[in-house]
Design a protein around this ligand. Structure first.
Ligand code: FAD
Length: 641
C-alpha cells in the first residue's frame, strides 16, 4: 500500500536500499530529511532515507510545535525569513496539511501603553501585510485591558495596559514529520529507521554513497547513490567530520526547554506570548494542557538526549509567573522536554550553484562573529552547502520552512544531475491524510456507526490522522479489542499503537510513547501506566517474547525517568542521565528508584520496602514477568529478591 511504513517489513526496505544505486540518499529523518526525501521522490527520483534512530527522534519532536512567521524575528529585521515562513504557514494550514496544522490565536499583553501599543501594533501590521490578503487566518486586533482579562483571566491585572491578538498555527511536530516521510514513501522513497551513516563512500573526490549500520542488528552495508544529502540537524558536523569533509558551515547547538502544565493551571481561551529579558515566552494550548517555554542557551554535550535542568524549569516558571496572577509551581509541572536548535554559526560563501534560500537569490552570508554571539541573536535562516561533488548539506532553518529547505537542498543536489530533473512540486502536493478532509469530518458519525466505535473516538482519530483515520479503524474492525483506549485513562486507542507499527514504522516502545502518541510529554506518569500494554500490542506484531517486552518497557522507563528528572531535582543539583537502576547489577540491596511522580511515593534512596500494588495497579510486573521491578502510578521500585 503506498505510504505505508510497515515495521514488520523493515527487512524488505533494507533490501531495496541496497538493491541498486539510488539517485538520492538522504541522511536524517527529521522534518528536513523527510521533506528532502519527499521533494526528491516527487520529482521522479529514486530516493532512500536513512535515520539513525526514529523519525523525528531529534529536534523535530521537541520544538514549540508552532508553524509561525516568528514575530520576534521581525524585531531582528529578519523580514525575508518572516515572509517565507508566513507563506509556508498559510500553505500548510489551507492546502498541504490542514489535518495537522491548525490556526490558533495568541494574546500579546502590553504593559506600557504609550510605547508598546504603537511598537507591537506596527509589528503586527507588518506581520499581516507580509501575509497578504488571501489568508486562512484572521487579521490582528487590539484589546483593552478589560477585554484582555476576559480572554485570559489568569493574567495579573495590575500594570496590564491592554493587549493584541494575532494568529499563528500549531502542529504535532513528530506526527507531521512522520506524515511527511510517509508521503515521501507514497511517492516511492525507501525509508529506513535505526540505520545510521557511519561514513561516506568516495570515488576520488566525489561522494558516491554511504556506509550504513543497521542499529538493530549491527550489520554494516554500503548504499550507493548519485547524490548524498545531509539533513542531520545538530549532528551535521559529526557526519561531515566522520568522513573528513570540510563543510562551509558549523552547527551551533542551542538548547530550548519547555514545561507542560495542566489546562486548569492557566485560565485563558487563547495562546499567549510575553516578552522576557532575552527573548519571548509562549503559553501554547495543547489539548487539555499548556506547553510553556522556551529557553535558549548554548549547548555542548551529547546531542542524543539533551535533558532539561532544574534551573531551566525554574527559569520558565519565574518568567511565566511575572505575568500570571496565580503562580505556577513545581508540582504543577506534568512534564518537561528539551530540544536542540541546529543554528548555523559560521556559514561561508557557498558555491553559486549551491547556496541559497527559497527564491535562490541570496547566498549564505559569511558571519565570522556568529560564534561569539548569544544563540538568541543567531539567524534561523537555513544554509545549503555543497562541499564535495555528489554531496550536499543543509542546516539551520525552522520546522515551518521545512518545505522550502527541502526544495533548496534538492535543487542544489541535482543542479548538475546527468539527466534533467523537474522542478519541485511539493507546493502542490498535500500530505497524506489531507485529501478529502472536509468530507471525512462530515462523515464522522457514519464512520462511528460503520466501525461500531464511539463518535468521540472517530473525531479523535480524524484530528490526528485526517482522512487516514479509516485505516486505523480498519484495524479495529479486524480486532475489536483495539477499539479500547489505552490503560491509565489516556485518550489514545490501542489501535493507534498497532497502526504506529504497521503504518508508521515504529520499532520500539519509545517510538510509540514518545512520538506516535505523546504520552511522554502529556501524561503525569509519562505513559508508565500504558507501557506494558503498548509492549504487548507491539510485541504481538513484531514477534517479541516475554523477555524482549520486559526489556522494551524497561528501556522506555529509563528514558522517561531521565527526561523527567528536572521536575524532581531541586535547583542547583546536577541533572543528567544517571546510571539507571539495573536490578541485574544490584540484586541484593533494596533500592528505591526515585519515583516518576514528583508528588507522592518518593522514598529516600536505600529505604527497604516490600512490593505493594500501586493504586490503581497497572500490573506491569505481572505482564512483563519481572519480579524485582515494578512500574506503577507511584513510580518505579526495585525490590530485594
Ligand atoms: C526548543 C525548540 C523550539 C522550536 N520551536 C519551533 C517552532 O515552534 N516552530 C518552528 O518552525 N521551528 C521550531 N524549532 C526549530 C525546528 O524544530 C528545527 O529547525 C527542526 O526540527 C530541525 O529539523 P532537522 O530535520 O533539521 O533536524 P532533526 O529533527 O534533529 O533531524 C536530524 C536527524 O538526523 C538523524 N541523524 C543524525 N546523524 C545521523 C546519521 N549519521 N545517520 C542517519 N541519521 C542521522 C538524527 O537522528 C535526527 O533524527 C524549534 C527548535 C527547538 C530546539
Amino acid at each position: 500500500m503506498p505510504g505505508v511504513l510497515d515495521a514488520t517489513a523493515r527487512a524488505d526496505a533494507l533490501r531495496k536500499l541496497t538493491a541498486g544505486p539510488l539517485d538520492v540518499l538522504v541522511i536524517g529523518g527529521g522534518v528536513t530529511g523527510a521533506g528532502a526525501a519527499l521533494d526528491a521522490a516527487s520529482r521522479g527520483l529514486r530516493v532512500g532515507l536513512v535515520e539513525a534512530r526514529d523519525l523525528a527522534a531529534g529536534t523535530s519532536s521537541r520544538s514549540s510545535k508552532l508553524v509561525h512567521g516568528g514575530l520576534r524575528y521581525l524585531e531582528q529585521r529578519d523580514f525575508k525569513l518572516v515572509r517565507e515562513a508566513l507563506r509556508e504557514r498559510d500553505l500548510l494550514v489551507s492546502k498541504l496539511a490542514p489535518h495537522l496544522v491548525h490556526p490558533i490565536p495568541f494574546l500579546f499583553p502590553i504593559y506600557r501603553k504609550v510605547i508598546e501599543r504603537p511598537y507591537v501594533g506596527a509589528g503586527l501590521v507588518i506581520y499581516d501585510v507580509m501575509e497578504g490578503t488571501r489568508r486562512p487566518v484572521p487579521y490582528h486586533r487590539h484589546l483593552t485591558a478589560r477585554s484582555a482579562l476576559r480572554r485570559a483571566p489568569s493574567l495579573k491585572a495590575d500594570r496590564l495596559a491592554g493587549a493584541m491578538v494575532y494568529y499563528d498555527a500549531q502542529v504535532d511536530d513528530a506526527r507531521h514529520t512522520v506524515t511527511v516521510a510517509r508521503t515521501a514513501a507514497a511517492h516511492g522513497a525507501i525509508v529506513v529507521t535505526r540505520a545510521s551513516v557511519v561514513s561516506l563512500l568516495r570515488s576520488g573526490a566525489a561522494v558516491t554513497g554511504a556506509k550504513v549500520k543497521d542499529e538493530e542488528t549491527g550489520r554494516v552495508f554500503d548504499v550507493h547513490a548519485a547524490r548524498v544529502v545531509v539533513c542531520a540537524g545538530v549532528w551535521s558536523d559529526l557526519v561531515h567530520e566522520a568522513s573528513g569533509v570540510k563543510a562551509g558551515y558549523h552547527v551551533r547547538m542551542s538548547k530550548g526547554v519547555h514545561i507542560v502544565v495542566p489546562g486548569r493551571a492557566i485560565d485563558a481561551d487563547t495562546g499567549m506570548i510575553v516578552r522576557t529579558e532575552k527573548s519571548v515566552l509562549f503559553f501554547i494550548p495543547w489539548g487539555e494542557r499548556w506547553i510553556v517555554g522556551t529557553t535558549d542557551t548554548d549547548f555542548t554535550g551529547d546531542p542524543a538526549e539533551p535533558v532539561a535542568t532544574a534551573e531551566d524549569v525554574d527559569y520558565i516558571l519565574a518568567a511565566a509567573n511575572r505575568v500570571l496572577a496565580k503562580p505556577l509551581t513545581r508540582p504543577d509541572v506534568l512534564a518537561v522536554y528539551a530540544g536542540l536548535r541546529p543554528l548555523v554559526a559560521e556559514p561561508e560563501p557557498a558555491p553559486a550553484s549551491a547556496a541559497g534560500t527559497a527564491d535562490g537569490a541570496e547566498k549564505a552570508v559569511p558571519d565570522k562573529t556568529a560564534a561569539a554571539r548569544p544563540t538568541t541573536k543567531l539567524s534561523r535562516e537555513h544554509v545549503v552547502d555543497a562541499p564535495l561533488p555528489g554531496l550536499t548539506s543543509i542546516a539551520g532553518g525552522k520546522l515551518t520552512t521545512y518545505r522550502l529547505m527541502a526544495k533548496d537542498v534538492i535543487d542544489a543536489a541535482v543542479a548538475d544531475f546527468p539527466r534533467p530533473v523537474p522542478p519541485s512540486v511539493t507546493e502542490q502536493l498535500p500530505l497524506l491524510g489531507a485529501d478529502g478532509l472536509p468530507a471525512v469530518r462530515a462523515g464522522a458519525r457514519r464512520l462511528a456507526e460503520d466501525y461500531r466505535v464511539p463518535v468521540a473516538s472517530v473525531e479523535h482519530l480524524i484530528s490526528r490522522y485526517g482522512a487516514l483515520a479509516s485505516e486505523v479503524l480498519e484495524l479495529v474492525r479486524a480486532d475489536s479489542s483495539l477499539g479500547r483506549t489505552l490503560a491509565g485513562g489516556h485518550p489514545y486507542l490501542r489501535a493507534e499503537v498497532a497502526y504506529a507499527v504497521t503504518h508508521e514504522g515504529a520499532l520500539h516502545v519509545e517510538d510509540v510513547l514518545a512520538r506516535r502518541v505523546r504520552l511522554l510529554i502529556e501524561s503525569p506518569d509519562a505513559g508508565a501506566s500504558a507501557v506494558a500494554e503498548v509492549a504487548a500490542i507491539m510485541g504481538r506484531l513484531l514477534g517479541w517474547g516475554r523477555r524482549q517486552r520486559a526489556q522494551e518497557a524497561r528501556r522506555y522507563m529509563e528514558l522517561a525517568e531521565a527526561t523527567t528528572q528536572a521536575i524532581r531535582v531541586p535547583a542547583g543539583e546536577p541533572v543528567g542521565v544517571r546510571s539507571r537502576a539495573r536490578h541485574d547489577q544490584e540484586p541484593s540491596v533494596p533500592v528505591a528508584v526515585p519515583a516518576l511522580f514528583p508528588r507522592g511515593g518518593l522514598r529516600p534512596p536505600g529505604t527497604p520496602h516490600t512490593l505493594r500494588r500501586c493504586p490503581p495497579c497497572c500490573d506491569s510486573c505481572r505482564w512483563l514477568g519481572v519480579t524485582s521491578f515494578t512500574i506503577g502510578l507511584q513510580g518505579i521500585y526495585l525490590l530485594s529478591p
